[in-house]
Design a protein around this ligand. Structure first.
Ligand SMILES: [Fe+2]
Length: 218
């Protein structure tokens, strides 16, 4: 067994003061640039964790692969963001998203979705094109603004099958109003109930992963 010799500073936060941007009427995002003090070391540590298919432990529409991240790896981040949530303890799920272009999916995972969580943090631990795209569905940007039967009509048709992830820019119903780019060591914090999806240009991330830490809850 390999014993890791590291020190606690690998979990330290460098920038506690985000910029706040309005993406859409009612939809804000917090951006923490240069978020961790030692992002390279943190990434090295995460790289040692096992990765699974995203739906290995429970059903999720998320494609790709993920690592399950223990509490001790993110409690500083949870505490910092509790300034912006209604709860001190707000993280329900902590994992990495490990994606690449044209990855296999069991549904049309490139279409916008909502997380069913009020709070989502995404910490980029890679560089590359694309990012997180935010969409409206016929001018509606948040799932809570739907009446229930409309929501069901849109999201219940999970076309299950074998697909390859597509570069998506919108269609007749979905309009992209913002693309938040991948920036190494940048954390973004937004409402998971605002419609979004991973925007991954075709032929990108062929040598390295599109890799981020995700915390969700609320
Ligand atoms: Fe999501």
């Amino acid at each position: 067994m390999e014993i890791l010799i590291t020190d606690q500073s690998v979990f330290e936060i460098n920038n506690r003061y985000p910029q706040k941007y309005k993406l859409h009427e009612g939809a804000e995002i917090l951006i923490f640039d240069d978020f961790l003090t030692k992002p390279d070391e943190y990434r090295d540590l995460l790289d040692r964790m096992p990765a699974f298919n995203s739906d290995f432990f429970y059903k999720t529409a998320s494609p790709g692969w993920r690592q399950i991240i223990p509490y001790e790896f993110y409690f500083h981040i949870e505490a910092l963001l509790s300034n912006y949530t209604q709860f001190e303890v707000w993280v329900d799920q902590a994992f990495t998203n490990i994606y690449r272009s044209r990855m296999p999916c069991k549904s049309k995972a490139w279409l916008p979705h909502y997380d069913n969580k009020e709070y989502a943090l995404n910490l980029w631990l890679c560089d590359g094109p694309g990012g997180t795209a935010f969409y409206t569905w016929n001018d509606i940007y948040n799932v809570n603004h739907f009446i229930e039967d409309v929501r069901q009509k849109i999201f219940q048709h999970h076309d299950e099958g074998e697909f390859l992830y597509e570069e998506f820019h919108g269609d007749d119903d979905w309009k992209m109003y913002h693309l938040e780019p991948v920036v190494y060591n940048r954390a973004i914090f937004y409402s998971g109930n605002n419609f979004h999806s991973a925007h991954i240009p075709d032929n990108s991330y062929t040598d390295d992963w599109r890799y981020s830490l995700v915390l969700m809850g609320g």
